[in-house]
Design a protein around this ligand. Structure first.
Ligand code: ADQ
Length: 758
């Protein structure tokens, strides 16, 4: 209010000054004009009086008896306006006058005065008007103010009529008051109108600009404010620049925490509904010995997305895969999770065995998974799998639409199981903000080109508003693939693809883990205790150098390659025999697929061979623990280990290495990391290896096993600060911030379109 008042004063002060100046100029002007009007009136009045008196005056003058005119003059002067009458002879002598005739007023002075435009004389009792009228011998005389010079021979005398002017003063004072009053009233009205109009326009303008910033309508979204139309275009261009600047500047600013993410959801997405879609559910209900038990699956995706869902209390749509899942859901197939905390809703989708076979095992895991991971396993594409994949994508898309409480929810689509879903959701909810995150790598265009349904997959993915990958390299591969397969407009500068009038931002969002809280850390056993427990359980030698690998039992994770490296280490440096122990914790996965079964058997055979070759009583070099472990058990391994080995042949990111780093608050332990994992770009202080190069990996294991404690501390401290800062809340926060800005842009563009069409 004060701000607008200040603005309005800029109008009001000049207005008031102008009005005062106008009043100053107008009042004397008005006085003069009214005086002139009244003088003219009084002159005409004088002519009438003079005419009335002229006969008597002529007679008296011709009879040289001016004295008898006095009673006549006195009678005439009884008129309230006529103050005095005087009679002058042609020579300028005053012959007769009434009592009130000003004594100092001589006939020539009266004559001179009467010839002025406003013949005004100031007397003690007030101003008077002096008029001189000729008395002429002809019958027609006198006609007006003196014309003696034109016919001097006929002039008998001059009547001097003195009229009261005080009434004029009174009237012009009244007029002056009216005028000043009028100007003031006018000023007030103008000021009032100015204030109201300025206030309304300012508010309208500000609201319009604000609405424009939010991308909404003004007070009434249907009525555009035309003044804002050019601004809208500028604003749109500027926002786009800011967006790019912001994306580039997303460096190492403030820490990302779940609270900050929650605040972001509140501010940028202002309570918008968030729906996650993934194949894997975050909690699985299964029948155990003691009734129904809840399990958390071994999945990088679940590890990353779960903390985000806890922070935003949304809905998670996923395949209900547990054998007790149906028993705990409500009639709409929903259940609140995590058990006991009820932070968000899990909506379960039931799949038949055939659907699961075709969509999940078939197309997703025998087709897409090997297609995207260049791990030298041939993808298998079956028409029937593709049909099932499409049908299941549609079922999940329908569930998302059914769960949506508004027409523009934020939908987070997870992974390669749902390449078609973004476009399917977009078809039903055109205003939804769809963020698809591709958790696995994206191959080069040649590799992807072997997929028979490459166009459909790309079209489906381009239904997303934002398409995220772990690294810039994967983004580049995707953009190049689209360039090869579709008629799309690619803007490399902004990293966007416009396809069929719809724009998708392609951006890298390196995924991560939630940095352990104080409560998490308090629950951890001390490192020595973890080590003692693991050593006891696996009967390790007291001076053992313990290396661990924790993975899903997947051929992309390079488990065979790391076992080969362990074998080479023991071969090359026999001094490690009896001391170097490698523990592989492998969560069973996709065991229904031949490729996986064969792979898992090969790993088992290789482990047996190494144990056979180098083992001895009381020493088993390789322990293969092929079962699911709870999170605490995995953490215990991480804390007990001297070395963590991650040798993926190709990995989107790999969270295991980050979990290892987070678990080592004692700043000890060495990370051996494959250069083909996305994480290698961030975790430079690890010992980076090419897992295909057995010798190099064996050397790295040797180096890690003998690394001095001080060097371990240096490396670990640096790794920890990276993982702490680039945590999962930053991953989600950056994506959601981009989504928020994108929503804003979309709204502005909708507005601009409305302007342009209006
Ligand atoms: P994943 O291929 O599942 O993820 P990863 O990122 O390493 O790979 O995550 C595995 C998760 O499962 C980790 O949280 C780990 O602790 C857990 N886990 C592994 N073995 C386990 C076991 N035996 N018992 C219990 N838990 C176990 C995919 C991509 C990755 C990407 C993630 C996230 O392949 O590249 O990093 O998604 O985007």
């Amino acid at each position: 209010m004060l701000k607008t008042l200040r603005l309005q004063l800029r109008f009001l002060v000049p207005l008031v000054v102008t009005l005062i100046v106008a009043a100053f100029l107008a009042v004397p002007l008005l006085d003069q004009v009214t005086l002139r009007w009244f003088s003219r009136d009084l002159n005409s009045r004088g002519v009438l009086v003079a005419n009335a008196l002229s006969d008597s005056v002529s007679e008296a003058l011709l009879g040289a008896d001016a004295g008898r005119l006095r009673p006549l003059f006195d009678r005439a002067a009884q008129d309230e306006r006529l103050v005095a009458i005087g009679l002058c002879d042609p020579g300028g002598m005053l012959l007769q006058s009434t009592a009130a005739f000003p004594g100092f007023l001589t006939c020539p002075a009266a004559l001179a005065l009467s010839r002025q435009a406003a013949p005004r004389l100031a007397l003690e009792g007030g101003a008077v008007h002096v008029g001189v009228h000729d008395v002429i011998s002809q019958a027609t005389a006198p006609q007006g103010p003196s014309t003696a010079e034109e016919s001097p021979s006929a002039l008998l005398g001059r009547l001097v009529l003195v009229h009261d002017l005080s009434f004029i003063d009174r009237r012009s004072q009244d007029t002056r008051h009216y005028l000043i009053g009028l100007i003031m009233a006018l000023g007030l009205v103008i000021a009032f109108i100015t204030v109201v109009v300025a206030q309304l326009s300012w508010r309208g303008w500000v609201n319009g600009a604000r609405a424009l910033m939010r991308g909404e309508g003004l007070l009434s979204p249907i009525l555009p404010v035309p003044e804002l139309a050019p601004l809208a275009a500028d604003l749109r261009a500027r926002l786009r620049d800011l967006e790019d600047e912001y994306r580039r500047s997303q460096g190492s600013q403030a820490d990302w925490t779940s609270d900050r993410l929650r605040t972001l959801l509140r501010t940028q997405l202002s309570g918008d509904q968030v729906i996650v879609v993934s194949n894997r559910e975050p909690y699985i209900h299964e029948h155990g010995d003691a009734g129904v038990v809840v399990k958390r699956p071994a999945s990088g995706l679940v590890t990353a997305v779960e903390p985000v869902m806890r922070a935003c209390s949304g809905t998670w749509v996923a395949h209900g895969s547990g054998d007790a899942d149906r028993e705990v859901v409500d009639t709409a197939d929903r259940v609140l999770v995590p058990p006991g905390q009820d932070a968000y809703r899990l909506r379960r989708i039931w799949l038949t065995a055939e659907e699961e076979q075709g969509y999940y095992y078939g197309f997703a895991n025998e087709g897409m998974w090997p297609l995207c991971h260049v791990a030298h396993v041939r993808p298998v594409f079956r028409e029937s799998d593709w049909e099932a994949y499409r049908a299941v994508n549609q079922r999940f898309a329908d569930a998302v639409v059914a769960e949506a409480r508004s027409e523009d929810p934020v939908v987070l689509v997870q992974d390669y199981h749902f390449a078609l879903l973004p476009a399917m959701v977009r078809a039903k909810l055109p205003h939804a903000t769809i963020l698809t995150f591709w958790h696995i790598p994206w191959p080069n265009p040649e590799s992807f080109g072997i997929c028979p349904w490459r166009r459909e997959i790309l079209q489906g993915m381009l239904g997303s508003t934002i398409l995220g990958f772990h690294t810039r390299f994967h983004c580049k591969n995707f953009i190049e693939t689209v360039d090869r397969c579709l008629e799309a407009r690619i803007e490399h500068e902004h990293s966007t693809i416009a396809y069929q009038e719809k724009e998708t931002l392609i951006e890298s969002y390196p995924i991560s883990i939630a940095w352990p809280s104080e409560a998490d850390k308090a629950a951890w056993l001390p490192v020595d205790e973890c080590r003692r427990r693991v050593a006891e359980r696996l009967q390790l030698p007291p001076d053992a150098c313990l290396a661990v690998g924790v993975d899903r039992f997947d051929y992309t994770k390079g488990i065979l390659e790391r076992l080969n490296a362990v074998e080479r280490l023991l071969e090359k440096w026999p001094s490690w025999i009896g001391r170097f122990v490698f523990v592989q914790v492998a969560a069973p996965t996709r065991g229904a697929l031949d490729e996986y079964r064969t792979f898992q058997e090969r790993v088992q055979r290789l482990a047996q061979r190494i144990n056979h070759r180098f083992g001895r009583p009381g020493y088993q070099p390789v322990h293969l623990l092929a079962r699911h472990h709870e999170h605490d058990a995995v953490t215990e391994f991480f804390r007990a280990a001297d070395i963590c080995v991650v040798t993926s042949l190709h990995d989107g990111m790999n969270l295991v290495c980050k979990e290892f780093v987070a678990a080592r608050d004692d700043l000890q332990g060495v990370l051996v990391l494959s250069r083909f994992a996305g994480a290698a770009r961030e975790l430079q202080e690890a010992l980076i290896v090419n897992p295909y190069h057995v010798e190099e990996t064996a050397d790295a294991l040797h180096r890690a096993a003998g690394m001095p404690a001080a060097e371990q501390r240096e490396r670990m401290a640096s790794l920890r600060s990276t993982v702490r800062e680039f945590n999962v809340f930053r991953w989600a926060g950056r994506m959601l911030t981009d989504a928020g800005r994108w929503r804003l842009r979309e709204r502005i563009e909708a507005r601009v379109r409305r302007f342009q069409s209006s």
